[in-house]
Design a protein around this ligand. Structure first.
Ligand code: ADP
Length: 276
């Protein structure tokens, strides 16, 4: 049976060996090109969910279909191939510090295989050209030869984004991309990820703890609480009651007003800004 969804998650359950049930029969469909923000408090299961999709975490039960291919039962060879269509962006960037920006981007061509085992330092010219193009797009082409450890947090995350995109994935899995960044840089990074997805028709699941950022940039929000989907809809539909259900007691009326202010601020200040 063919579906229109790029990614289809059915009754996904994850119980860790420790006995923690991180996901309880989660159902979720992501159409091609859709950017979805996955919100919820720490421990809700956000990270487990995206890691089940690329099988960095093994699901306990359920099905995960990417383009109608069942991922949960793939052997290691097929899994490696499937992972090429899933780019991953990490909270802590996961760059190789001693290597250059360019080398870090190119490492994305290697998929998830061990970096040191497979890094020959010889890449086809077409890969190098594409890496430059991506670095240019994120405003870092002038830093191609710098070592990763010379970069600021925002710049490092841009490199992480390029490394994920050079795989030419269909789906981006993004795990708390702004957790280590200041508020302004966080907005720039979220904006960049969403713009790149739109330019490339790329779907994304972005785990993001910060509701404000999620509401600013994603068209669909999925709220997780204790491993269950408790909200799935448009950002505007998130009421204070729903936020209370997801996050517990807080004054969400004030937060929502702040979102509206920030959205207009951010649009005014940053739309013309070239982000370095
Ligand atoms: P979030 O990303 O929303 O913070 P996680 O997916 O990291 O949530 O965690 C969900 C639940 O699973 C938590 O109760 C957490 O303690 C548990 N958990 C996460 N990773 C592991 C692990 N490797 N082993 C055991 N329990 C884990």
């Amino acid at each position: 049976i063919r579906s229109l969804a790029l990614l289809r998650i059915e009754n996904l359950t994850k119980r860790y060996k420790t006995g923690d049930t991180a996901l309880k029969s989660v159902n979720l469909e992501v159409p091609k090109g859709q950017v979805l923000a996955l919100i919820g408090p720490s421990g809700a299961g956000k990270s487990t969910l995206i890691r089940c999709v690329n099988r960095l975490v093994e699901p306990t039960e359920g099905n995960i279909l990417l383009d109608d291919m069942e991922l949960t039962t793939l052997g290691s060879g097929q899994l490696r191939k499937a992972r090429r269509s899933m780019g991953m962006i990490f909270q802590e960037y996961a760059l190789v510090e001693r290597l250059s920006v360019m080398e870090n981007v190119l490492s994305g061509r290697l998929g998830y295989v061990s970096f040191w085992r497979s890094f020959s330092r010889r890449f086809p010219q077409s890969d190098v050209t594409e890496a430059y193009r991506l670095l240019e797009r994120v405003g870092l082409d002038h830093m191609a030869d710098k070592r990763a450890d010379e970069l600021s947090g925002g710049q490092r995350q841009r490199v992480g984004i390029c490394r994920a995109l050079i795989q030419d994935p269909a789906l981006l899995l993004v795990d708390e991309p702004t957790a280590s960044l200041d508020p302004k840089t966080s907005r720039q990074i979220m904006r960049l990820i969403c713009e790149l997805c739109a330019e490339r028709g790329l779907a994304a699941i972005i785990n993001i703890h910060d509701v404000l950022l999620a509401q600013m940039f994603a068209k669909r929000i999925v709220g997780l609480q204790l491993g269950e989907v408790v909200y799935d809809g448009e950002p505007d539909g998130l009421t204070p009651d729903q936020l209370t259900l997801i996050y517990g007691e807080e004054d969400w009326e004030a937060t929502i007003d702040k979102v509206e202010d920030e959205v207009s601020d951010a649009a005014a200040v940053e739309s013309t800004e070239i982000v370095q």
